[in-house]
Write a protein that binds this ligand. Structure first.
Ligand code: GRG
Length: 313
């Protein structure tokens, strides 16, 4: 996680919290929940799509969104058990579908993702498009069932599914992707770039801690703090992505092509490397301030905020 140009001026998360072990263990448990989700989904979609879903869902991702959900759930007093991972998996299902569609020939036409050939390179575009589409309703059902499994009252379970749907939809990730497609080859103003990424990357990332807080029964003040934390982190995450994109090879990133190669506006293009790093750091401070203001003393959440800008992939 260190030694990259993105991280040189950004201090590593400090303290004695072992973030690497935390991320490793949480990622492993999210993987088990995704296996359970896949086992439930495969009989409904038919055997031909099972391997496509496995590739899209279980290839080695960082699992930042589900881990944020779990960390927020714990920070708000929730007892972390299997149902919590099942709930967090629903967010990763939406994320996985978005990557599968984003990489298709009609979109970014990507060859490599997470260090592996993209699903359409292995299974074809039609099967990939279909398999990914099943993850959208699949994720909503998964969030609903897991919320009930966790003992959330019906109105909280409804709010959780609503949060996921809003973040994924036209007022969130899909809306951001539409802006992104419209913006290719154009230089965006700072405000438009922020708006695009608040939707495309930020909405789902911000939904993750909110969903964790809702499931744990957090009150309005804490939910608002989790929203502020998530929004700041979403922006920091995207800026770090742009820095990595500009400073790492396809092999290091496990991803090809880069946004630069796709002629997209980026934070590095707009502010330069140093300016982009400064903006990422500012967002991390804002995220941590949001936690402190609400008395949410969570070492994992503070460490994840540092990791988001400090990561090497
Ligand atoms: C057709 C308009 C339209 C929308 C379809 C494809 C799509 C919906 C949305 C795309 C959203 C998208 C790809 C956002 C990118 C977010 C992002 C920074 C992805 C990388 O996330 P990481 O680094 O990836 O967490 P890993 O691999 O670690 O999970």
């Amino acid at each position: 996680m260190s030694g990259t140009p993105a991280s040189r001026e950004i201090p590593a998360p400090s303290g004695d919290f072992d973030l690497a072990s935390f991320l490793g263990e949480q990622g492993r448990r999210v993987g088990l929940a995704l296996e359970r989700a896949l086992a439930a989904l495969t009989p409904r979609v038919g055997p031909s799509l099972g391997p496509v879903l496995r590739h899209g869902l279980l290839t080695d991702g960082k699992r930042v969104r589900p881990i944020l959900c779990i960390a927020a759930y714990a920070a708000c007093g929730g007892e972390v058990e299997e149902g919590c991972y099942d709930l967090a998996a629903s967010i990763e299902m939406i994320h996985a579908y978005s990557l599968m569609h984003d990489d298709l020939p009609c979109m970014d036409d990507a060859e490599l993702r997470r260090g592996s050939p993209t699903p359409h390179h292995v299974f074809g575009a039609r099967s990939t498009a279909r398999a990914a589409a099943t993850l959208i309703p699949g994720a909503a059902l998964q969030a609903w069932r897991a919320s009930l499994e966790l003992g959330c009252p019906d109105e909280v379970a409804r709010e959780i599914v609503r949060t996921l749907a809003r973040a994924a939809g036209a007022g969130g990730m899909v809306g951001g992707q539409a802006l992104d497609l419209e913006s290719e080859g154009r230089t965006l103003s700072p405000d438009r770039l922020d708006r695009l990424h608040a939707l495309k990357t930020g909405a789902l990332l911000a939904a993750a801690p909110r969903i964790g807080g809702l499931a744990a029964g957090a009150g309005t003040r804490r939910i608002e703090a989790l929203d502020r934390y998530g929004r700041a982190l979403g922006l920091a995450f995207q800026i770090a992505d742009d820095i990595l994109d500009a400073t790492s090879s396809a092999d290091q990133l496990g991803k090809h092509p880069s946004d630069q190669a796709l002629s997209k506006s980026t934070y590095v293009g707009l502010y330069g490397l140093d300016g982009a790093r400064g903006r990422a750091l500012r967002q991390v401070s804002l995220a941590n301030r949001a936690l402190a203001d609400a008395g949410l003393d969570s070492r994992p959440m503070a460490a994840i905020a540092g990791y988001v800008v400090h990561r090497s992939r």
